[in-house]
Design a protein. Structure first.
Length: 430
């Protein structure tokens, strides 16, 4: 499972629905010269139909954990969240492994959002190019991911370009962690992992975690897998684990809370948050890998608000208002007291604003050089920039991706394991 949303490429602009992937760095879409052009459920790029096409400037190939794709490198106009980026280096895929082509919730390509150091086309991602072209002041973006369009707030899942939206941040607290090195990925140091509050020696010599929107599960390095999985199933005789994942026959009772300590924050996953339905039982959202880092895929990211700051190479993690106070064990009496307290503050603020409306209006007129609109007109809003890309629903892309360069491992055939390779690459008939 990965998350996709709309972008527009070329002049005139054509819409493509791409997977937003923090585990890779390159933007590519299927070419009209590939066999994807024969599929009515895919959108393909035709350079002859765009007046802003420049290329080809070279070729590229990206190898993923379960396949590969490649084609021509070019420069094009790309619009994301209402912002137009000129001369964006990207790829048009002319050949790809068969497992990238799925009719079930298809995707037209991938928009990588990691750093240039990991790019196979040697380019900055779209958000960084927005800053370099003077379109935004800071190269920052963030994700709210939900299991369905209505699962988080009124906006569902979204990619936000610009400063974080504190409406979604519980207690206005974001835990920022600097990235670990120069490999071009968003890997950050992780202090430890707790199973029902106990560390069991995880990360005693230091470990790293990669927040990857292109990977479905939480991926555990092989060195930690046996101890990690053993502790999860220790109180459940019906749960088993092997080299592909953890499987249970019954519900969530008796499974532990898993906590990830990132920076100054502790981010907990309750059993219901990491348990996935499967035929004949449940699959837990964890799997082993020979990749050296933990990968925090959608099983984790759906339960936090994640901010990616390219300017200072850091990742922020925050509890959301859907996973914070209202999901803790707080009595209803305490909740009512809290509501009354904030209601009183709100009334005081309203009174102060009402009393100060005249001076405020005068200041706005002087500051902005125009009339501040009264109720019933257009409200004068402060400046700033935030562009929201709505992500309508999780997308299932059979292609999957390399560890440390998503989109990563998928849930296939209702089993928590990497998708099996679909076979050799089938080159397009050009």
């Amino acid at each position: 499972m990965s998350y996709k949303g709309p972008i527009h490429i070329g002049t005139p602009p054509k819409q493509f629905d791409v997977i937003f992937d923090t585990g890779s760095s390159d933007l590519w879409v299927f070419s009209s010269m590939s066999k994807a052009n024969t599929k009515d459920y895919l959108h393909t790029y035709n350079p002859r139909m765009s007046s802003t096409y420049h290329g080809p400037t070279g070729t590229f190939e990206i190898r993923y954990g379960i396949g590969r794709c490649g084609g021509n490198v070019l420069k094009e106009s790309v619009k994301l969240g209402g912002i137009d980026v000129n001369h964006q280096t990207m790829g048009q895929v002319t050949y790809y492994s068969a497992n990238f082509d799925t009719k079930d919730n298809p995707s037209d390509g991938i928009m990588g959002l990691a750093f240039r150091g990991a790019s196979k086309t040697n380019t900055h991602n779209v958000v960084m190019n927005m800053k370099l072209q003077g379109l935004i002041p800071n190269a920052t973006f963030s994700f709210i991911l939900g299991g369905d369009p209505d699962s988080v707030g009124r906006d569902g899942s979204f990619l936000l370009i610009g400063p974080p939206d504190y409406d979604y941040v519980y207690n206005n607290t974001i835990s920022y962690v600097k990235t670990s090195g120069s490999d071009g990925m968003w890997s950050v140091p992780m202090k430890t992992i707790l199973v029902d509050g106990k560390a069991y020696g995880f990360c005693t010599t230091g470990c790293f975690a990669l927040p990857d929107t292109g990977t479905s599960l939480i991926v555990v390095p092989n060195d930690y897998w046996h101890e990690f999985a053993s502790q999860i199933v220790s109180k459940r005789s019906d749960c088993k684990f092997d080299s592909t994942g953890i499987f249970c026959h019954d519900g969530a009772d008796g499974l532990p809370t898993i906590s990830f300590v990132l920076g100054n924050g502790v981010f907990k996953l309750e059993p219901k948050q990491y348990m996935l339905s499967a035929q004949g039982g449940q699959v837990l959202g964890f799997m082993p890998s020979d990749f050296r880092h933990f990968i925090l895929g959608d099983t984790f990211l759906k339960n936090v608000y994640t901010i990616f700051n390219m300017d200072n190479s850091s990742v922020g993690f925050a509890h959301t208002n859907s996973t914070g106070y209202w999901h803790e064990e707080v009595s209803w009496l305490e909740r009512i007291k809290t509501l009354v307290f904030y209601a009183a503050i709100f009334l005081v603020i309203v009174s102060l604003i009402s009393a100060a409306y005249g001076p405020v209006k005068h200041c706005l007129q002087r500051a902005f050089g125009r009339e501040a609109q009264t109720p019933g007109g257009t409200a004068l809003r402060p400046g700033g920039y935030r562009q929201v890309v709505s992500i309508p629903a999780p997308a299932y892309m059979g292609g999957g991706g390399q560890l440390g360069g998503g989109p990563g491992y998928e849930i296939k055939n209702e089993m928590a394991q990497p998708s099996a390779p679909a076979g050799d690459v089938e080159d397009s008939q050009l």
